[in-house]
Design a protein around this ligand. Structure first.
Ligand code: HH2
Length: 263
């Protein structure tokens, strides 16, 4: 993906019964389409559609079921912005690309060889996110001495592996994987050092919106995390994040303009 001066806002659309924030809200195709259109009206630059929750402790969803959740929505959409599919399964990614998605957002960082090949063959953009074990077990934390150093090193390996499979530099977006078993100290270090991930010269995506870190840090419930999520995204954007993945599009779109202005 071309890095532009503008900060891109990716709106989250989970077509799942159990996503940690918007689960169960748009299970009907019509509702999901309406939500996507609303987010575009509010200024979203990308719509990220997922059919499997990756919250710690979530049940895995068979590929066929995940495909049945996301593909009809993608087919129905006619948006002016690109659609990204949030999946770790090549079968789902392929069907989503066939239906009109343009970006693969893989929380395993293209772990599956078939996913790397698919992205290379299709020439689509891909988010390579850092994670250790997906699905993350509830309460599981990967031990770290130096979370930023470890994540950077793992991302470098994942990027190298993708490049070896034929994925071009212009297709790659990297993501440190906020949450995803890093523990609250790890999440805090990622926020504090977001600029460290610009070392590879790929656009950096951050997905911290409403995550449980904010509950731990500030004692806020999920529905009380709007302001802290917006603030974190603005500051992350100011420090170098190129794309922020959020549930609250209008507020984030307006607020990141301040980061652009002050950069
Ligand atoms: N976080 C979630 C899902 N996908 N993708 C990227 N690239 N980065 C993230 O941080 C990220 C992601 C989890 O958030 P959400 O989709 O709202 O919840 P759930 O996994 O429960 O559906």
């Amino acid at each position: 993906m071309e890095i532009s001066d503008r900060i891109a806002v990716m709106g989250v659309l989970n077509v799942t019964p159990d996503s940690f924030y918007d689960g169960g809200e748009h299970n009907e195709v019509e509702d999901a389409v309406q939500r996507a259109e609303e987010m575009v009206e509010k200024g979203a630059d990308i719509i990220d559609i997922g059919g499997e929750s990756t919250r710690p402790g979530a049940d895995s969803v068979p590929a066929e079921k995940e495909r049945e959740r996301v593909v009809p929505v993608i087919r129905e959409l006619d948006l002016d912005v690109p659609i990204s599919v949030d999946t770790r399964k090549p079968e789902v990614a392929e069907a989503a690309l066939d239906a009109g998605a343009e970006i693969v957002n893989d929380v395993t960082g293209l772990e599956d060889e078939r996913m790397r090949k698919l992205v290379a063959d299709r020439g689509c953009d891909a988010v390579i996110m850092d994670s250790v074990n997906i699905p993350v077990e509830k309460g599981a934390e990967h031990p770290y001495d130096d979370v930023v150093g470890d994540v950077k090193a793992r991302l470098e390996k994942k990027v190298e592996r993708a490049r070896k499979a034929g994925v071009g530099d212009g297709q790659i977006i990297i993501d440190p994987g906020f949450g995803f078993g890093k523990g609250y100290d790890g999440d805090r270090e990622i926020l504090r050092n977001i600029e460290a991930f610009t070392h590879l010269d790929y656009p950096v995506l951050l997905g911290c919106s409403r995550k449980s870190f904010f509950g731990h840090e500030f004692g806020l419930e999920k529905d009380e995390r709007l302001e802290v999520s917006v603030a974190a995204n603005v500051l992350a954007a100011y420090k170098g994040a190129d794309i922020v993945r959020v549930h609250d599009v209008r507020e984030t779109v307006r607020a990141v303009k301040v980061a652009e202005l002050m950069q």
